[in-house]
Write a new protein. Structure first.
Length: 96
């Protein structure tokens, strides 16, 4: 997938990143290593799961505390490629 700095980011996503303390570098790692799910509303939710954390550790991009910081972060990307929102997952992701 592309880098977060290459994707257009909505104003809402930028404000949520700031409010929730999620820097663009974390969004970039989630987009590169995370697992994609369709939300059935035309967008893709990218989040870190155990397999994504294992890929990240295997590639040596992050270790220990940095991987813990990624746990539970999700990024919603619209069909046009715009990052719509970013957040921390506090509940289980519902899949239809």
């Amino acid at each position: 997938m592309t880098r977060a700095t290459d994707l257009p980011c909505s104003r809402h996503a930028r404000s949520r990143m700031q409010q929730r303390g999620i820097p663009p570098s974390i969004v970039d790692r989630v987009l590169r290593y995370g697992r994609e799910f369709h939300d059935h509303h035309g967008a893709i939710v990218v989040m870190m799961d155990r397999a994504a954390e294992a890929r990240l550790a295997r590639d040596g991009d992050s270790r220990g505390v940095a991987i813990d910081r990624l746990r539970g972060v999700y990024v919603v990307v619209a069909a046009d490629g715009t990052i719509r929102t970013v957040g921390h997952r506090t509940r289980r992701l519902r899949r239809h």
